[in-house]
Design a protein around this ligand. Structure first.
Ligand code: NAD
Length: 555
């Protein structure tokens, strides 16, 4: 330990071109780990919690210090092994091997539940890695913003003539990911009414320009929403309250709600606040009696979901936003929890069929001009893609950077490697002032098995087959990614998902170009083959047109 108390730590990734490590691959990992814990980026950095309930970047402060120390001396042919946030070994590998390999929160099937996980966590043996928290590629709420924007855009096209103007979306959860919802709705010209129990989350989203205003109470929130809906004016409103109380109240009042979803941390019953518990008492009560807290939070989730079904019956567009709230409500005995679908089968699957997913990059220089230059490069690379241009322009104008400047945009098979190679050239030529970290969310087309989310309702019933994310991690490791991770339980909670991540550092070298071209082709390629294998016709066309080899269709 360094002797610095956790509360006194204020972590911020180094900026500029001076190296703290022996090479940029290691430096990239160091800066992205630190960036995950920057108070501007992390939801609760004092506990190493980045986002998504208790998603952490390192097991504890001693482990964090040891990771930093080791990265600083790690050689170009060595690999650091991280087991659920703790560095456990350094192995001699090769220049082509990842500099870091991480495995987070993995448990053997029969033991894969929260009770077992928490008992192991309490003994200091594991940590919850969520998705990009434990794999060091979280970039703040922007990381989910485009996916959320795409989802609400798909809802608009499906039901509201292509725009959310004149509609009210009701949702809850203004945390690290859920905080993207208000901006994604207003970017689609709609009104968002967002409920969170914790007023500090509302203030944080307003400060980061993701949310427009805070309402004083329910009546005030509803009158603001109705006024903006009638004027067809985009507006996002934060309301402090418990969704399990506010949603039923709004239903009872006959509020004119058009779209309903939710992004509270329902995947973890201890990270969802039950009715009758104050925010101040929350964590103490959850710690004292987790079993009783779980029972009470599931009971509240049942009331919350029951109200969502009530809105569905009243004609609203209702979908689960990937936090497992339907299954938690079902566990509390509510029978109609699965009456509304998850967002992937409802809106995202066709994008996954062509390997489209959340491609992202961060400027290790810390200089926003580097992101401006990459924004221009993306628009030049894909001149015909109007939707992408609209997104990049809007993101440039409306997204405030949190931590290292970063950008996200959804690109598919055949596109990502072109972007990666162009960025690498820009580093080499000096158009960018330092290397970039290029990665993605684990929520991608070929990197997750998650039957309540990414793989819900697969055509061939293969929802729970978890070979795909493991193959994805192996292929990225073999292709030259800078760090690769395999996690369990991200997004939807323990026992419900297995997923993999990868990050590549574009440092301008020829070796990086070779690695980037392989990783950024093969990684989305996994999405195409996963969907071809499940029988999706469009994925088959993509594979044929873009040259993805599928042995069972050859010969
Ligand atoms: P977070 O923990 O940062 O935020 C959750 C928020 O919910 C907190 O602000 C908390 O105060 C609030 N909350 C808890 N109980 C509440 C209640 N009863 N009523 C109202 N508010 C309540 O989590 P996050 O990173 O924002 O993620 C939210 C959920 O979305 C998680 O379950 C996560 O796994 C899931 N997720 C979905 C996607 C997606 O693409 N759909 C992506 C990432 C994460």
């Amino acid at each position: 330990m360094t002797g610095v108390s956790p509360a006194a730590r204020h972590i911020r990734a180094p900026r500029g071109t001076e190296l703290n490590c022996l090479g940029w691959q290691q430096e990239g990992a160091l800066r992205m780990l630190m960036n995950n814990l920057d108070p501007e980026v992390a939801e609760h950095p004092e506990n190493l919690v980045v986002y998504g309930g208790t998603g952490k970047a390192a097991r504890d402060w001693a482990a964090y210090d040891a990771i930093v120390r080791t990265l600083k001396t790690l050689k170009d042919d060595e690999t650091l092994l991280v087991q659920s946030g703790k560095p456990v070994g350094v192995m001699r590998t090769s220049e082509w091997a990842p500099r870091v390999l991480l495995a987070n929160s993995n448990l053997v099937g029969d033991w894969a539940n929260w009770e077992e996980f928490r008992s192991l966590e309490a003994r200091g043996l594991t940590m919850y890695g969520q998705m990009t928290a434990g794999s060091w590629i979280y970039i703040g709420s922007q990381g989910i913003l485009q996916g959320t924007y795409e989802t609400f855009g798909a809802v608009a096209r499906k039901k509201f003539d292509g725009t959310l103007a004149g509609t009210i979306t009701l949702t809850a959860g203004l945390g690290g990911m859920g905080g993207a919802q208000p901006l994604a709705v207003t970017m689609n010209d709609g009104v968002a009414l967002c409920v969170d129990v914790d007023p500090t989350r509302i203030e944080r989203r307003i400060a980061h320009r993701y949310l427009d205003v805070a309402a004083d109470d329910l009546d005030h929130a509803l009158s603001l929403a109705i006024e903006a809906k009638e004027a067809r004016r985009p507006l996002s409103i934060g309301l402090a309250g418990n969704a399990a109380e506010v949603f039923p109240q709004l239903l009872e009042m006959g509020a004119p709600i058009d779209i309903v979803t939710d992004q509270t941390s329902a995947h973890d019953p201890l990270a969802y606040l039950p009715v009758g518990v104050s925010v101040e008492e929350w964590h103490e009560q959850a710690r004292k009696d987790p079993a009783d807290f779980t029972r009470r939070s599931r009971e509240s989730m049942a009331r919350h979901v029951e109200a969502m079904v009530g809105f569905l019956d009243a004609g609203a567009e209702v979908f689960d936003y990937g936090n497992s709230i339907r299954d938690e409500a079902r566990k509390a005995g509510y029978q109609r929890a699965f009456d509304f679908p998850g967002f992937v089968p409802a809106h995202i699957r066709p994008l996954f069929e062509e390997g489209l997913g959340p491609f992202r990059w961060a400027a290790l220089s810390g200089d926003p001009k580097d992101i401006e230059a990459t924004d221009r490069a993306i628009m030049e690379l894909f001149p015909e893609n109007e939707h992408l241009h609209r997104w990049i322009k809007m993101a440039g104008e409306r997204v405030s950077f949190e931590g290292l400047p970063a950008r996200i945009c959804w690109l598919g098979y055949g596109e990502r490697h072109r972007a990666g190679l162009r960025f690498n050239e820009m580093v080499a030529s000096g158009e960018l002032s330092a290397p970039l970290a290029i990665g993605r969310d684990h929520l991608d087309s070929g990197s997750v098995a998650s039957p309540y989310r990414e793989t819900e309702a697969m055509l061939d019933g293969s929802d729970a087959i978890a070979d795909w994310p493991l193959l994805n991690a192996l292929v990225n490791t073999s292709s030259g990614a800078s760090w690769v991770s395999i996690h369990h339980g991200g997004g939807v909670g323990m026992g419900r998902s297995i997923h993999a991540g990868q990050v590549c550092i574009a440092d301008g070298t020829e070796l990086a170009a070779q690695k980037l071209s392989r990783v950024l082709t093969n990684d989305p390629g996994m999405g195409v083959i996963r969907h071809v294998d499940a029988g999706y016709e469009y994925a088959g066309t993509v594979a044929r047109d873009r040259g993805v080899r599928i042995p069972m269709t050859e010969g």
